[in-house]
Design a protein around this ligand. Structure first.
Ligand code: 13P
Length: 250
């Protein structure tokens, strides 16, 4: 039976009081059913969300972390800090962090290894830019990102991959069904070859909303979605969860 991971990346949105409102709305909006539902609020809202998620099936994730457990890294947040806030998942390698904060595959690999060591699930984002796609480099870029970000991984059990084409993020234009089909198949094959017998879930991200979720989640090797904008509106996020639930029931 097909089950999905529906994750909301709130990015730099939602103060603690706004988080309280949205989390309460999500708690009362929709049962998660068979799906794994994750919200990833900003750091300053994690404690608030965690308190409100007691008894809820919605899981908590963060949007970034540092690989060191503690120390002189001004402005950074460690994995033990996130664990104490109730986080089970951490998004790493998001294209916005690569693009605006200069994160590279080697740095992301350090975070990934530290998360595995700490027992949290990394949600590793990969994806090509428009220029790379137009120049036929998509597979090469993804292959390099996978190989370098997953370097030295022997146990892939808790890893989640999110394929997010950079050009589809926040644009309102998701990748086409054909593009997602081809790319997810490529990523799936790469992972299968590298981690025999371990099924690594692959999420799609990039302008997923309540209107296109059904079509996207029906594509082979799409195991869920990583959602930005539409995860900030309780009805839209709940509607995407319902869509996943309907597909699971089929
Ligand atoms: P949008 O859903 O707003 O396009 O954002 C996708 C994303 O970056 C999720 O990590």
């Amino acid at each position: 039976m097909r089950k999905y991971i529906i994750a909301g990346n709130w990015k730099m949105n939602m103060t603690a009081s706004e988080t309280k409102k949205l989390t309460e709305e999500l708690n009362s909006a929709k049962k998660c059913g068979q799906q794994t539902v994750i919200i990833c609020p900003p750091f300053t809202s994690l404690a608030t969300a965690n308190d409100l998620l007691v008894g809820s099936a919605i899981r908590l994730g963060a949007q970034n972390c540092h690989f060191a457990p503690k120390g002189a890294f001004t402005g950074e947040i460690s994995i033990p800090m996130l664990q104490e806030c109730g986080c089970e998942y951490v998004i790493i390698g998001h294209s916005e962090r690569r693009q605006f904060f200069g994160e590279n595959n080697a740095f992301i690999n350090q975070k990934l290894m530290a998360l595995l060591e700490g027992g949290l699930s990394p949600i590793l984002c990969i994806g090509e830019t428009l220029d790379e796609r137009q120049n036929g480099k998509t597979k090469a870029v993804l292959e390099t990102q996978l190989a370098e970000c997953l370097k030295d991984v022997t146990e892939a059990k808790s890893i989640i991959i999110a394929y997010e084409p950079v050009w589809a993020i926040g644009t309102g234009v998701s990748a086409s069904t054909e593009q997602i089909t081809e790319t997810h198949y490529f990523i799936h094959s790469w992972l299968e070859k590298s981690f025999l017998n371990v099924a690594v879930p692959i999420l799609y991200g990039g302008s997923v909303n309540d209107n296109n979720a059904g079509e996207i989640l029906s594509i082979p090797h799409v195991d869920g979605a990583l959602i930005g904008g539409a995860s900030l509106v309780a009805e839209k996020f709940a509607s995407i969860i319902s869509t996943a639930e309907k597909l699971t029931d089929r």
